[in-house]
Design a protein around this ligand. Structure first.
Ligand code: NAD
Length: 490
């Protein structure tokens, strides 16, 4: 990998004219891996111009032909999967297995988008009146862009990219400046996959680059994943500029544990959910709400698995959890743990101020468990985005559901129980878009929408599946009259 990352504009790699470059840091070692340009607005202008040119022919390319380079990209990603996984682990800190899991989810989105000839079909009625038919057809929007976060550098760009181009749009990616190397590799594969120049482009950068995309009149739609304040900002600025927007924000995911849950299985799944990817998942279990007799046993078990989890450099054998992304995150997470204590929570497992031998400079926070977290405190409501599980107690399922719904976010809510009736009540009443029943990370497969609600999502149509197809197409309705008599003359 070169020492300076490049942009991919109009089918060629281009060095940015950026005045500023940022170091990309391996969070396990605190060593710089490369540098990334903060591309100026002029480079967004160049990408939009190339995309607009390419759109003229790309939208006319039959959908069955548009998906051929996507099939090729899937094969290339499979071939380079191990290399991609190592890049994700190095720039993002995940374990190798977690990076492999992320790639699986990324590839699945390409597979689903390869069904576009059927997925983007419209519908019609013959004879809405005598000799008059009506059709709905889906057409692409034009140039669209996605702005993605640090925590899934290989997967989240592919929540959007395959659907956008399969439906006939031209797509610009602005990846997170903290983890841009996965996208650089993805675009090396895209270059080999055979897309026409300008159909897929990569512009690295930060806020200035994002603002240029939001303000450019040639960009028709914006897809965003990241924190809630930035999601709100992007949603409102895109909308003010007349663009479609789908903006996925932060999360604080509650999980109810009923007394009839299989406690051994539940605890293992909860530990994977809360501490997997160092808690930096928008579907991480963040608050456990134990009901009745579940309380004491859950705390005992979870404390045990939390304190025995092996933390370290994600590419080393046996490591179960890596570092958090940067020193600011580490300081913020450790500060929130302290705040929880001040609010009256009991620190059962303390993951602060721990070092990993051989990686003393890494940004490690070890698994942490806080019990008796007061429901009205900050720690109960704030997204921590680190390996911290807060435990609350409820006397019955009604109180548990009230606690689940007493929060601003709505990305995911889960329940562990052996009762179908309790599970159904929960599924019905929980105020979140992704629900898990005896599941710790209720991540929708690529053919389902990633359905965040409330402060976790701004927009109408989510990422993935049919929502992706609808987001990237506009419906056109055609009413046509062909009177019978006109054919009688032949
Ligand atoms: P972030 O909001 O800091 O950054 C996301 C993207 O926005 C990056 O590309 C960044 O360059 C850009 N950006 C940041 N600040 C900006 C600004 N002021 N103006 C314009 N652009 C700006 O998020 P992050 O720290 O990279 O990611 C973590 C967050 O993402 C967490 O809150 C997590 O819950 C959320 N997330 C949500 C989902 C979901 O599906 N809901 C999935 C993954 C991550």
């Amino acid at each position: 990998m070169s020492n300076q990352l490049l942009n991919f504009i109009g089918g060629s790699w281009a060095r940015s004219s950026a005045a500023d470059y940022l170091d990309v840091i391996n969070p396990a070692t605190a060593q710089a891996l490369t540098t990334v340009p903060l591309s100026p607005g002029a480079e967004v202008d160049a990408a939009v111009a190339k995309a607009s040119e390419a759109f003229v022919e790309w939208r006319r390319t039959p959908s069955g032909e548009r998906i051929q380079p996507l099939f090729k990209l899937k094969m290339l990603m499979e071939e380079h999967r191990n290399e991609l996984a190592r890049i994700v682990s190095n720039e993002c800190g995940k374990t190798y297995n977690e990076s492999q899991g992320e790639l699986q989810r990324a590839i699945e989105n390409i597979e689903v988008a390869c069904g576009i000839p059927m997925l983007m079909q419209g519908y019609n009625n013959e004879d809405i009146a005598s000799g008059i038919d009506e059709h709905m057809i889906r057409q692409p929007l034009g140039v669209v862009a996605a702005i993605t976060p640090f925590n899934f550098p290989a997967m989240i760009p592919l929540w959007f990219l395959p659907y956008a181009v399969a439906t006939g749009n031209c797509f610009i990616l602005k990846p997170s400046e903290k983890v841009p190397m996965s996208s650089q590799k993805l675009f090396e594969l895209i270059e080999q996959a055979g897309f026409p120049a300008g159909v897929l482009q990569l512009v690295n950068g930060g806020k200035e680059t994002v603002d240029a995309l939001l303000d450019h009149p040639g960009v028709r739609a914006i897809s965003f994943v990241g924190s809630t304040p930035v999601a709100k900002y992007i949603y409102s600025r895109a909308a003010a500029n007349g663009k479609r927007a789908q903006c996925q924000g932060g999360a604080k995911n509650p999980v109810v544990i009923m007394p009839d849950a299989d406690m051994e299985m539940t605890t293992k799944i909860m530990a994977d959910s809360a501490f997997g990817c160092a808690g930096q998942r928008c579907l991480a279990a963040s608050v456990a709400i134990t009901v009745g007799a579940a309380q004491d046993q859950f705390i005992e078990y979870i404390a045990d698995v939390a304190s025995s989890r092996k933390v370290g450099y994600g590419l080393n054998d046996g490591v179960e959890m890596g570092p958090v992304i940067d020193p600011n995150s580490k300081a913020r997470i450790e500060g929130l743990i302290g705040k929880g204590q001040q609010e009256g929570a009991k620190l059962v497992v303390d993951g602060r101020n721990k070092k990993v031998s051989g990686y003393e400079d890494g940004y490690f926070v070890f698994p942490t468990v806080l019990d008796h977290v007061p429901p009205q405190g900050d720690i109960a409501k704030t997204e921590i985005f680190g390996p911290v599980l807060s435990v609350m107690r409820a006397t019955d399922v009604d109180e548990a559901v009230r606690l689940v719904n007493d929060r601003a976010y709505g990305n995911m809510a889960c329940i562990f129980t052996g009762s179908g009736s309790v599970a159904r009540k929960f599924r019905y009443e929980a105020d979140a878009g992704n629900i898990g029943i005896n599941i710790g990370v209720a991540a929708p497969m690529a053919y389902f929408p990633f359905s965040g609600w409330n402060e976790s999502f701004f927009g109408d149509l989510h990422a993935q599946g049919r929502h992706g197809v609808e987001f990237y197409t506009q419906t056109k309705v055609v009413v046509e009259r062909w009177p019978r008599e006109w054919s009688r003359q032949f």
